[in-house]
Design a binder for this molecule. Sequence first.
Ligand SMILES: Cc1cc2nc3c(=O)[nH]c(=O)nc-3n(C[C@H](O)[C@H](O)[C@H](O)COP(=O)(O)OP(=O)(O)OC[C@H]3O[C@@H](n4cnc5c(N)ncnc54)[C@H](O)[C@@H]3O)c2cc1C
Length: 462
Amino acid sequence: MSTQTTLHPTFAGELVAPGDPDYDTARALYNGAHDKRPAVIARCTSARDVQLALAHAREHELVVAVRGGGHSIPGHSSCDDGLVIDTGPMKSVGIDVDGRTGRFGAGLTWGEFDAATQAHGLAVTGGRVSHTGIAGLTLGSGSGWIERTCGITCDSLISVEVVTADGCVLRAGADENADLFWGVKGGGGNFGVVTEFEFRLHPVGPIVYAGMILHPRSAAPALLRFYRDFVDRAPDEVGGGVALMTAPPADFLPEAARGKPAVGLVLVYTGDPGLGESVLRPLVEWGEPWLTAVQPMPYVAVQQLLDDAHPWGVCDYSKADYLHELTDEAIDAMVEATAEPRAPFSGLNVCPLGGAVARADRGTMSLEIPDAGWFYMCEAMWWDPADAEAEIAWARSLREALLPWTVDKAPPNFIGADEGQARLRASYGPDKFGRLVALKDAYDPDNVFALNQNIPPSHAGE
Ligand SMILES: Cc1cc2nc3c(=O)[nH]c(=O)nc-3n(C[C@H](O)[C@H](O)[C@H](O)COP(=O)(O)OP(=O)(O)OC[C@H]3O[C@@H](n4cnc5c(N)ncnc54)[C@H](O)[C@@H]3O)c2cc1C
């Protein structure tokens, strides 16, 4: 082994380097558009391992990438020739059921997190795809089906354990290192490697009234208007979203629907399932859908509804923004911008905000949550490299088409590598961005943690 693949003898994790049998598996990212070849992947089991890995990177002047679940869309969680600190092996779970709190290792996926918390009928807002990591998603905001009930994911944080660039292990919460805690709630991985998350948990499930409805695309203009008006009057317990997408070639769909342009609803009612059935009935009974599959079901199953549409290794490019309102004109622009047939998994998702998202105490977090009623995510996805240019161009043109109705901000989780610092600054706003730069100066003045939605230290432009 070279010096670059030997760590301190007390390193308890695993090192994976080029030539090792599982190197290709260990370096793979969800987004197949990125093919990075790190010099070494340090699969850390504890804060102590992270300290040792950081010290090694410093000693050998290696670029550092930090990885949780490996779902960074811009591919920030790996690098060429540097060191990847992989927190994936940290999968500890400790739940205080009566106190409705829990401590969770940074390596859990949302599928693992939900399985552990749902055993007690508890949840926080998790990602809409269950193999996404809790770490990156929480630090960069955290949006999911139940956010109108439980708020943005980082809003449920009580504290974190962080290894900072100088190798200190700190706990940050409202009463301890409060400035750092404010920073990690939306500031991503800029201030250190988080090894543990402590969450306030919410009573949801284990059975919820939920499911999917699929209509032909011709229903989209009327359905989106009906859905908007329904959600405007709905209680916070109503969550979900609507997607302009392509119907999957699945056996459970009528043959005439398979592979055709469609409009799909995901519905979830986080309260009593019996009440959910009557609350959601107008949406269930609307129009003439190809498929209606809405019923009492485990919340963990709701969290996996989109998994098949997001397979590991697919290429993924996204655009996202908030919409003040979902006006008729915005709906028409969405329908028009998605009219052409696309690669099978590409689509536009539109989700209602309000409820607990709107009530978040913005002063407690660096994340900027604008006063907006809706959020959209345009996902361009492809397998065949020949489709890349057209799919990316489509996502960009969709963002342009929707600009008249958008806030022109996005959470860090959804800012693309090609959108630049200007969009990140605009998304935080000048006050929060200035405060984040001051925090970066205090906790990571050398920008060790640069592979992320980067907050540059103040001397960076000198
Ligand atoms: C299929 C898919 C579905 C998604 N769905 C949603 C969704 O429903 N809601 C939503 O809000 N977002 C969603 N996202 C965006 C997602 O939140 C971000 O991509 C997020 O960064 C993924 O977290 P991760 O841990 O899997 O990623 P990683 O790629 O492992 O990490 C991304 C970045 O987070 C930071 N990071 C990761 N782990 C740590 C750590 N332990 N300590 C410090 N920093 C760390 C690093 O800067 C890293 O570069 C989705 C993305 C994909 C690809």
